[in-house]
Design a protein around this ligand. Structure first.
Ligand SMILES: Cc1cc2nc3c(=O)[nH]c(=O)nc-3n(C[C@H](O)[C@H](O)[C@H](O)COP(=O)(O)OP(=O)(O)OC[C@H]3O[C@@H](n4cnc5c(N)ncnc54)[C@H](O)[C@@H]3O)c2cc1C
Length: 476
């Protein structure tokens, strides 16, 4: 009886066209981007504004239905996929208005369902830069970016999502609306509650709008693809560039040869820009807001010095905007290529820069020793300390029941031991979701999980916000 009554009330709030209940209509929202999880829902709701979100939350409270917020559904940890309980998937895509632009405070106020690329374009049309950039930017939403504290390719210069959010509007599980939409950069009036929702993966409330920092638009942008021997060389190059051009360094992205080969094999139209292959490569981007500064000549000179010093083996600077975009396609297509290539056990490690080379070496030695048939891909935003080790397994070799999961668990242990012994984190930017939940205890420890459970109970006492993600609520 509950289910039809719930669906009728939901349709009355959001309109029947925005209350999806037919299995075929709901199907795309019940699986994750990697097709590794599938869940169930009583309905998928697409509210049009914050008042509707609040009414839907009150309805879910009355009917004891769990709420799974969902943005672009591009997350890589199964965090936006419901479990098999009484769930409502709350899609934010209709909430895609730009509410305000303030060019004195340099703040863009947007609704949570705005697609990231749209926000970048909005900022650009006003002569500003919104720097968050990642491979899924054409479909992920800013609410999802905030809920995962997304990273991407500009963290080195501008920081992760947490650093770009000034204000938030959030709806809690009981339907109360928290209006923390402010352009203020300083506010020391007790606990900064809005920070709790950044990186909470939808487990504390629904983000409905945000005030975002925008920055002066760079007028110059130069890139380079650099060939080098190993991670040590990449770090020496990073130090060399940072020491000379400091904040002009926007991106410093690393890939090993196995990773480049996977992209070239699986993504038609993408080509390698150099005459020879290389064991490792780094994609660099530098920008400047001043026209008077010769950015290209500086980058060429610095790479020339690195070549002479034997730090790097070769470098290519694109001659046109098209060539520059082609270099970035190679980097931004990594996740799609890896998905097409088969079954990969992905890691989202950050370790301090001084330990990056040890991390890469320890993982390579461990994989070689324990999984000699596996292929180790390494790719990441090494400039900010984040490197993804992706261990590709041949599912046919692990066809016995449970064998693939057991192999993945052993790989996780191996990588986590290297990560934690080097003072790192098991998830720098993708989050915990379902995929990394069992590993959270290793990464944060029991005492921290108890503290997070206490926060969760305070804001969502019935545990109805995105249950089964990040950690379980546990008994009181
Ligand atoms: C090709 C590709 C490349 C990627 N590259 C990167 C990268 O470089 N860096 C990086 O950090 N990530 C990357 N990702 C992962 C993903 O794009 C990010 O995690 C992104 O921030 C997720 O946004 P989304 O809107 O798709 O969120 P979803 O996948 O829909 O949701 C992710 C989590 O956020 C929650 N959530 C979504 N919207 C809200 C809301 N309004 N309120 C509260 N909670 C909400 C969900 O419940 C879920 O827990 C990549 C993914 C792909 C497919």
């Amino acid at each position: 009886m509950d289910h039809p009554a719930f669906c009728n009330s939901l349709a009355a709030i959001v309109g029947s066209a925005n209350a999806l209940t037919a299995p075929a209509d709901m199907a795309p929202y019940l699986t994750d981007w990697r097709d590794r999880y599938e869940g169930k829902a009583w309905a998928v709701a697409r509210p049009g504004d914050t008042t509707q979100v609040a009414a839907v939350m009150r309805l879910c409270q009355d009917f004891k239905v769990n709420v799974v917020p969902q943005g672009g559904n591009t997350g890589l940890c199964g965090a936006a996929t419901p479990d098999n309980g009484r769930n409502l998937v709350l899609r934010l895509d209709r909430m895609n208005r730009i509410r305000d632009f303030d060019d004195v405070d340099a703040v863009l106020t947007v609704e949570a369902g705005c697609v990231l690329a749209t926000i970048q374009e909005e900022a650009a049309t006003r002569g500003y830069l919104f720097p968050m950039s990642l491979g899924a930017e054409g479909s992920c939403q800013i609410g999802g970016n905030i809920a995962t504290n997304a990273g991407g390719t500009a963290v080195l210069r501008y920081g992760p999502m947490r650093d770009l959010v000034l204000g938030l509007e959030v709806v809690l599980a009981d339907g109360s609306i928290c209006d923390w939409l402010t352009p203020l950069r300083k506010n020391t009036t007790g606990y900064d509650l809005r920070q709790l929702f950044v990186g909470a993966e939808g487990t504390l409330g629904v983000i409905t709008a945000a005030c975002l920092k925008v920055f002066p638009s760079p007028v110059q942008r130069e890139s380079a693809m650099v060939a080098l021997a190993d991670v040590e060389a990449a770090l020496a190059l990073l130090k060399h560039l940072r020491g000379q051009i400091g904040e002009r360094l926007l991106s410093f992205e690393i890939m090993n040869k196995a990773q480049v080969d996977i992209v070239l094999e699986h993504m038609p139209g993408i080509t390698w820009p150099m005459a020879q292959p290389t064991p490792w490569c780094v994609l660099i981007e530098v920008t400047d807001t001043l026209r008077s500064y010769d950015l290209r000549a500086t980058l060429e000179a610095l790479l020339g010095e690195a070549l002479e010093a034997g730090i790097i083996d070769d470098a290519v600077l694109p001659a046109s905007h098209q060539q520059q975009e082609a270099l970035w396609r190679l980097r931004h297509n990594v996740s799609e290529a890896n998905k097409r290539a088969g079954y990969g056990v992905s890691h989202d490690t950050a370790v301090p820069l001084r330990h990056q080379a040890s991390f890469a070496r320890r993982v390579a030695e461990g994989v070689e020793r324990d999984f000699p048939d596996a292929q180790l891909l390494m790719v990441g935003h090494i400039g900010d300390g984040n490197i993804h080790a992706v261990i590709m397994l041949d599912p046919e070799r692990y066809a016995a029941p449970g064998a693939l999961n057991a192999a993945a668990a052993a790989i996780n242990t191996l990588v986590d031991e290297a990560t934690l012994s080097l003072g790192g984190t098991i998830s720098a930017e993708h989050g915990i979701g379902q995929t990394n939940k069992a590993r959270l205890i290793r990464g944060r420890g029991a005492a921290d999980i108890r503290r997070m459970q206490a926060v969760k109970r305070a804001l969502d006492p019935d545990g109805r916000m995105n249950p089964g993600k990040v950690f379980d609520l546990g008994a009181d």
